[in-house]
Design a binder for this molecule. Sequence first.
Ligand code: ATP
Ligand code: MG
Length: 300
Amino acid sequence: MDNRKVGMWLYQNGGGDKIQKKIIKRLKEREIDVLPGINLRDAIAKNSHILWKDKKLDKLDLFFSYNAGEQTQYQMYLAKALNRVVPMINSFESLELTEDKFQTSFLLRRHGIQTADYKLCHRDDTHHLKTIIKKWDKMVYKPTDGWGGVGLTKIENQETLDMIMPFLNQMDLRYFYVEKFIDYDNTDYRVDIVDGQFVGCYGRKASGTDWRTNVTSGGSVFVREPNDDVINLALNATKVTGLDISGVDIIYDRKKEEYVVLEVNGIPAFATPVQEKMGLNFNEKKIDLIVDLIDRKTKK
Ligand SMILES: Nc1ncnc2c1ncn2[C@@H]1O[C@H](COP(=O)(O)OP(=O)(O)OP(=O)(O)O)[C@@H](O)[C@H]1O
Ligand SMILES: [Mg+2]
């Protein structure tokens, strides 16, 4: 019997290249061949096939796509078609869901999972925002498809809202998505899950007076042990999204005295070499679980 064939597109910075080598080696031991570096940017679709460097991607047994930094509209568009005929990790459907903050919050809340209170309205329905700021006191405006804390705007009161409204209107937004600002200690938990199992956890702390924990916003990573509530919340949120691999961001709401899911990430980074030295030691476990998962999903 021919070896199983898996396509792969994994980020190469921050130690990603070494992770890729390890995954390829372990899959090889299970007689699974890997075709790495499949950037759908260079692929085309032609009639019933999706072609990349003369290779028919539709013949793959699975496509492991893991490169958040280089995910463009074209790649997503092709991935959507590819996933109709080839299993993907993560599935296109789940990835698309979690790339959208509103769609994710909506589904999580429907399943009784605590998130920040939110409101979505048409860009012309500004009166909704005015009524909600009175009730909430502080809120956060979020682009539904943003990343790295970019574009997030904290709205402290009615006056700030009035002030930024002309800017928001100018920005040609399709909709307003706002969340209640959660009173928390400016630290979060990032919980990694693979295949329904807890992999590891670390924390992030916002720098100085910033309220955003993102590393790109100056936040710093630290070793952090999660309790059972945090782990279970992450497991449940992941299950709802259908992600095989996820990184769930959780904060503790000091007013409501409960943990809240802020975000579910479909391409959570492995610990970088520097972070590994700090004591973030979940990479091996994560690799093992991913290899098991690929093996199981490609069993014929
Ligand atoms: N409702 C909220 N209340 C208080 N702080 C918030 C709230 N939403 C977000 N934050 C802070 O801002 C940070 C960034 O928010 P969020 O994760 O939603 O967007 P993002 O980081 O830009 O998106 P992505 O993680 O996809 O890159 C969070 O990590 C958190 O520290
Ligand atoms: Mg985030």
